[in-house]
Design a protein around this ligand. Structure first.
Ligand code: DX5
Ligand code: ZN
Length: 235
């Protein structure tokens, strides 16, 4: 199946003195969705933003909001983030909650459920939930901070998920979006796309670009060219 290549600027790398302008910039520069990182200072050693920032973005933007909950107990906040305007709500497969019940609650409340997975977690941890989700988000850094180096060792996990989707009974999962998050730039995007990722979260690479629209377009064309092709993992 032909998948849509999606570029998702990450607001974490925006200007916290003017988050509205940074959110608007993501859409103006051709972003397909705005990625928003929610941290609880427990699942990850950092704090970031809450539902009010999601509400602000929903008010300003026409594109979907891809909301990534880096939280130990995400189920307690599902309703708040969906009411604030999350389009896709991602919980971590490592979270301490009833994963199936939480994914179903997200769908019942009208958002698209997704699962994020940390670099060390075996990709097979995702397999029981593939029927419940619209998106997988592979962390290609240890979550918690922007501006880290892409971890090439996650690339085999992406390929492992794609093999599962191409294997017996996998046809029903073909519409699943496969996203990568962390250290994505014009170089690393190719390794991720070649392994089968079709959605790309990029914070620093886009927000520090001299011309964000130009680099978002280059990221999209680089990903499209590499998607499904053999590219060696970035060093
Ligand atoms: C990291 C976050 C990322 C972050 C990516 O914990 O989940 O979404 O914003 O930032 P860059 O692209 O700068 O690595
Ligand atoms: Zn993220």
């Amino acid at each position: 199946m032909q998948k849509k290549i999606m570029i998702m600027p990450s607001l974490l790398a925006g200007d916290f003195g003017n988050l509205e302008a940074s959110a608007r910039k993501a859409e103006a520069c051709g972003g397909d969705a705005l990625h928003m990182d929610i941290m609880d200072a427990h699942f990850v050693p950092n704090l970031s933003m809450g539902p009010d920032v999601v509400r602000m973005a929903r008010r300003c933007l026409g594109i979907p909001l891809n909301v990534h909950l880096m939280m130990t107990h995400p189920h307690l906040y599902v309703r708040a983030f969906i009411e604030a305007g999350a389009s896709t709500l991602l919980i971590h497969v490592e979270a301490q909650c009833d994963i199936r019940a939480t994914l179903r609650q997200i769908r019942d409340l009208g958002a698209a459920p997704g699962l994020a997975i940390n670099p060390e977690t075996p990709v097979s941890a995702l397999f029981p939930w593939l029927d419940e989700i619209n998106e997988v988000l592979f962390m290609t850094v240890h979550p918690g901070f922007g501006g880290q180096e892409f971890m090439g060792e996650v690339v085999p996990s992406i390929a492992g998920l794609c093999r599962r989707l191409d294997g017996p009974g996998g046809a029903r999962f073909q519409a699943l979006d496969i996203a990568v998050d962390g250290g994505i730039n014009l170089r690393t995007v190719e390794a991720a796309a070649a392994a089968g990722a079709n959605a790309f979260v990029a914070g620093n690479a886009l927000y520090t670009a001299r011309d964000m629209a130009r680099d978002a377009a280059l990221m999209r064309s680089g990903a499209a060219a590499a998607f499904g092709r053999d590219v060696f993992p970035a060093a």
